[in-house]
Design a protein around this ligand. Structure first.
Ligand code: PLP
Length: 432
């Protein structure tokens, strides 16, 4: 029989037994929140506190919390077939249908999917597929992967090694070889690096369409067109990491649609299931798939136990159906515009806000104060008044970032901005 634990007991057990991901190891009072329920844009914790999930948790709960349809689909699929392997060409219907659905949604000729369980695995898969592609093509020296400063690509050893935020790489002080970094907005720096290293040594360039965990950086308008041209000129594969930006987050189904650029490979995760199941993948172009088929003599020696997990894929299909039926991509664009306007209004009000930026429902508020970081203080005050947002302080930054569910209403967005205003006011009172 399940026992009822007191809040204090749960806090103590958490502190003793749960090593949290991307969290301080030591906490004075245990976990900041123990969540028990979610509904729409709101989360409720064990004390009964209600907060707006201004981050869609980890940029992923795109359709919002508490959509019971996804649980129903998951149960139906688990009752019928909870798991079967996708190795050795074994397959299952939800994986086949999701791969087909994604082919219809993805930009250009990205039409074949390799499934994973999340973003880090997707990026590692892309690096390995890119390197294997060059082996098949006889260009064995093409091993190096170039990524951008301030990028975040996850925490598997390959994904960490490609992450431009240095603190993540320094965490272990030992990374995978053949990863290189360029300034996040400079196409000249990329060209120079390719020339210095030798184009015949470069396998791929990976980029987020909008840098998320690195502080929400939107690239200059022609950046990706130029990147595509440089990759074509030097025969380098272009990989986009749409782990955050995919599935409507930026006001288009995939963010590369803003720039009319089609990559050779595209990684996704998070929004594909809105976090209701663990799923990710890397999509490859028709050309690469064809070349793999023509040149490959053996087996793709890369696969996760849960690649093509039937329940996760069934949840993904239902999640995409909801995004489409409820026009959540259009809502993301419209509410995103209002979010950005609201943040700009706050910038006009508070002298220490130096920049407000974003694309769709992905936004950042850059702050500055001599001698102290403000973003963590704003995030703390926001949580007190009922809003969850996140501080980015890595690489000398001081930014509060936002990515509320795509289902957010106009009224809820106003609430979010009002709560944020209150939190910022509190911080202003403290520092002046
Ligand atoms: N790529 C990007 C752009 C991300 O933001 C993240 C996670 O936040 C990842 C990859 C890693 O995904 P996961 O945490 O699912 O491994």
């Amino acid at each position: 029989m399940k026992r009822n634990y007191s809040i204090e007991e749960l806090r103590a057990l958490d502190q003793k037994h749960f090593l949290h991901p991307t969290s301080p190891v030591k906490t004075e009072n245990g976990p900041a929140f123990i969540f028990t329920e979610g509904k729409g844009v709101y989360l409720y914790d064990i004390t009964g506190k209600k907060v707006i999930d201004g981050m869609s948790s980890l940029w992923n709960v795109n359709i919002g919390h508490g959509r019971t349809e996804l649980g129903e689909v998951a149960k139906e699929q688990m009752d019928k077939l909870a798991f079967s392997s996708c190795f050795a060409t074994f397959s299952n219907e939800p994986a086949i249908l999701l791969a087909e659905k994604l082919a219809g949604l993805a930009p250009g000729d990205l039409s074949t999917t390799f499934f994973t369980s999340g973003g880090s695995e997707s990026n590692d898969s892309a690096y390995k597929l890119a390197r294997h592609y060059w082996i098949l093509k006889g260009e064995v020296s093409r091993k190096k992967i170039i990524s951008r400063s301030k990028s975040y690509h996850g925490v598997a050893i390959g994904a960490t090694s490609a992450t431009g935020l240095k603190a993540f790489r320094d965490f272990t002080n030992s990374n995978a070889p053949d990863f290189l970094y360029v300034d996040h907005f400079s196409t000249k720096a990329l060209r120079d690096l390719i020339e210095t290293e030798g184009p015949e040594t470069i396998a791929a360039f990976i980029t987020e369409p909008v840098q998320g965990a690195g502080g929400v950086h939107v690239a200059p308008e022609n950046y990706f067109k130029e990147i595509r041209e440089i990759c074509d000129e030097y025969g380098i594969l272009m990989i986009t990491d749409e782990v955050i930006t995919g599935f409507g987050r930026t006001g288009k189904f995939f963010a590369m649609e803003h720039y009319n650029v089609v990559p050779d490979m595209m990684c996704f995760a998070k929004g594909v299931t809105s976090g209701y199941a663990q799923l990710g993948g890397v999509m490859i172009s028709e050309k690469i798939h064809r070349e793999f088929s023509e040149l490959s003599v053996g087996t793709i020696l890369h696969g996760y136990t849960y690649s093509g997990h039937p329940m996760a894929c069934a949840v993904g299909l239902k999640n995409i159906e909801i995004i489409e039926k409820e026009n959540l991509v259009a809502n993301s664009a419209a509410r995103g515009q209002e979010l950005l306007e609201g943040l700009k209004a706050l910038q006009a009000k508070y002298p220490f806000i130096v920049n407000a930026r974003g694309l769709g429902l992905m936004a950042g508020l850059e702050v500055f104060s001599e001698g102290s970081l403000l973003a963590p203080q704003i995030v703390l005050e926001a949580a007190k008044v009922g809003l969850i947002c996140r501080a980015v302080v890595l690489d000398g930054q001081d930014v509060v970032v936002f990515s509320p569910p795509l289902s957010i209403s106009q009224a809820e967005l106003k609430d979010l901005l009002n709560l944020l205003d209150k939190a910022i006011q509190e911080v202003e009172n403290k520092i002046t």
